[in-house]
Design a protein around this ligand. Structure first.
Ligand code: NAP
Length: 251
């Protein structure tokens, strides 16, 4: 196990990719703080980890809210004393063509997908700087590179995460903290279950690997970035997409 003795916080770990990341980090020996918006989902995942012999605690909170994030970190640090690994995974979609997008739709996506990364990273840094060590892994999306009609808010937030990651990595590299992003492609979760059969078939047609990814594929990349093996990797974006973002080769 590569993460024995480490404490990890995974936001949005109640379902989907975050759930797989929480299980993977716990399987590698980390004590995992499972955040989710609903306490029911956070508690269920923490219980699942404990039932497999791992260590976990549920910390439900809205990571878009300053007050909630403060409460989350107060509770985490009171119980664990430190945080070694932060995975900023929580994210939502509110797809709409721009002309139909309300201020509220825009703000909700930017706050949940981007502001949360700022709030949680700032809170985590306070303990990581003291330890002179840390791993921050931000979940972006290939939508940040290519964009998608109806996803201006989502793509803006996910592209923002990449700029944030690169700048943060330079701020804290000398303190032993690495900051990287992962850009998943089409991963089978509740989020992509919203796609119609036609949209799904079209997307799969463009994936060079020929099939959608699983949450586990992202979790494996996170575990690598969280490990000592990745100590010299920072400011990078790792794409986990079966080749989707490389574009379509015509010759
Ligand atoms: P998902 O299945 O919809 O799960 C989203 C998780 O985020 C849920 O656990 C949800 O909490 C949590 N969450 C939402 N808003 C939150 C908030 N304000 N505070 C705390 N937690 C919140 O999504 P997913 O597909 O696993 O996506 C995970 C991440 O990967 C997202 O950032 C997404 O943008 C990114 N991503 C996904 C794909 C894909 O194909 N699936 C591709 C690229 C990037 P509850 O369970 O309590 O509701």
């Amino acid at each position: 196990m590569t993460l024995q003795g480490k404490t990890a916080l995974v936001t949005g770990a109640g379902r989907g990719i975050g759930h797989a990341i929480a299980l993977k980090l716990a399987g590698e020996g980390a004590l995992v703080a499972v955040n989710s918006h609903t306490s029911q989902n956070a508690e269920a995942v923490a219980a699942e980890i404990r039932s497999c012999g791992g260590q976990a605690m549920a910390l439900p909170a809205d990571v878009a809210s300053s007050d909630d994030v403060k409460g989350l970190f107060d509770a985490l640090l009171a119980k664990c004393g430190k945080l070694d690994i932060l995975v900023n995974n929580a994210g939502i979609l509110r797809d709409k063509l721009l002309l139909h997008m309300s201020d509220e739709d825009w703000d909700t996506v930017i706050n949940t997908d981007l502001r949360s990364v700022f709030l949680c990273t700032r809170a985590a840094l306070k303990t990581m700087l003291g330890e002179h060590a840390g791993r921050i892994i931000n979940i972006s999306s290939i939508a940040a590179f290519a964009g998608n009609p109806g996803q201006t808010s989502y793509a803006a937030a996910k592209a923002g995460i990449i700029g944030f990651t690169r700048s943060m990595s330079r701020e804290v590299a000398k303190h032993g903290i690495t900051v990287n992003a992962i850009a998943p492609g089409f991963i089978e979760t509740d989020m992509t279950a919203l796609l119609s059969d036609k949209q799904r078939a079209e997307l799969i047609m463009h994936i060079p690997a020929g099939f959608p990814g699983a949450a586990q594929d992202v979790a494996e990349a996170v575990a690598f970035l969280a490990s000592d093996a990745a100590r010299y990797i920072t400011g990078q974006v790792i794409t986990v997409d079966g080749g989707l973002a490389t574009g379509h080769c015509t010759i």
